[in-house]
Design a protein around this ligand. Sequence first.
Ligand SMILES: C[S@@+](CC[C@H](N)C(=O)[O-])C[C@H]1O[C@@H](n2cnc3c(N)ncnc32)[C@H](O)[C@@H]1O
Length: 303
Amino acid sequence: MMENQVYHIPALLGPTLEGMAIRPDGTYADLTFGGGGHSKAIMQQLNQRGRLFSFDQDIDAYANRLDDTRFCFVHGNFRYLKNFMHYYGVSALDGILADLGVSFHHFDTAQRGFSFRYSSPLDMRMNTSAAITAADIVNTYTEEQLTNIFRLYGECANPKRIAHTIALKRQTTPITTTNQLVDLLSTVILHDKEKKEMARVFQALRIEVNDEMGALKQMLNAALDMLRPGGRLVILTYHSIEDRIVKNFMRSGNIEGKIEKDFYGNTLSPFLIINNKVITATPEEVESNPRARSAKLRIAQKK
Ligand SMILES: C[S@@+](CC[C@H](N)C(=O)[O-])C[C@H]1O[C@@H](n2cnc3c(N)ncnc32)[C@H](O)[C@@H]1O
């Protein structure tokens, strides 16, 4: 990270905190600590008995940890929420926050390989000791697997063509840097849509590298088990695939989004939806923090 670079600016801070409906003596988990913006705001609402466990799988976030005995930094993947809470002797949580995806720190740190703006190894791992990098995926996945990733996670306009171009190129030269990928993509992406499409390809690879959808699904099930009745599940999403998963889970209580009904036709869900209409950033917030423009906030309460 460059000196004086902002680690992250939290999106929708006010509505997120309001959505958490903090009990001052409660036990909370912020599953995506990052720069600690949301965590700090949660801490400010806790009294001496309150506790906060903040997770991040990226050890860089540890540098932002809060110096407070009520605070615990958990270096790990939130998919193991239950295991970690068990380890810390916590049987139930009063609220769980997840601000999904990557931080500014990831995009703005050239050598991490998340951004097509910089030249670097094609990495994109949030957990730098994880086994698979973006280069591994680009060079070893089948053309069909790549097409699926670009279609599903990137919603790319031309997933097949992009995958085919990669498959041809790597027969002669392995693709190991962001620059190589960018040069290759610029041969198949329409010039006027270049930045948007590049961002989509990079997003798709990042989601696959970090198994973001797998981790999200596992975490949602764990969150349902860990929440106390009345506890809040507050989630910020940044693209339609993860938002759909969260929306369906909050409505149904299961990953498939299968709505169960009772004898009288009433929906059986373990959650009460707090905001039927998704909450997004105001124009003022987007003006001061353009990266908040795609944030969607969903809040549910365990019945
Ligand atoms: C959008 S940022 C969160 C920013 C934070 N709310 C703040 O105020 O600074 C997402 C963070 O979650 C972390 N993260 C993403 N997926 C994770 C996972 N499955 N387990 C643990 N941490 C994860 C990322 O490393 C990143 O630091």
